[in-house]
Structures are given as C-alpha cells and as structure tokens.
Design a protein. Sequence first.
Length: 87
Amino acid sequence: GKHTPAYTHSVEEGHFVYVHLTRGTFWCLPDDYEIPRDEPSLQDIRLALHPTFDRGEVDALDDNQELARDLFGRRYLPGYIGLNNLN
C-alpha cells in the first residue's frame, strides 16, 4: 500500500523491486504489480532464497575440505554456518 515503509523507500530511494520472503514473490513498487514467477533475471535470487539439496549433496558436505568463494570473493567452507556476534 501507499502508506508502507517499502512504498516510501521505493519512491525516496529509487529501489523498485522487492521480494516477499515467505512466498518468494517479487513486486515492483511503487507501481504495485507482481513480477511474473518465470522472470529469468530473478531466478538466481529465487533459488538462493529457498535452496534445495538432494541426499547426495548433503552427505558430501561432511567429506568436503575445499573452501569455496562467495559473490564477494570471501572464502568459506560449504555446510558451515557461522554466527555473528550480536553483542
């Protein structure tokens, strides 16, 4: 709606694409329309939002010792989830 923080942010900052984190739907604001689910430019985000793994991929996590790189070039061990110090 027009009185939401997301709407205000889209107008003031020029950020127009928003994702509904629970449903995985994408919306264009302030025009208020849903972007089609088959939009190819958003598929990588949709897959990262709700990843799926088969049994073999999960089992392989225990044996992997090779570090991977994230999109920022930082190295990490796949399967390891670090926690931020929130103090």
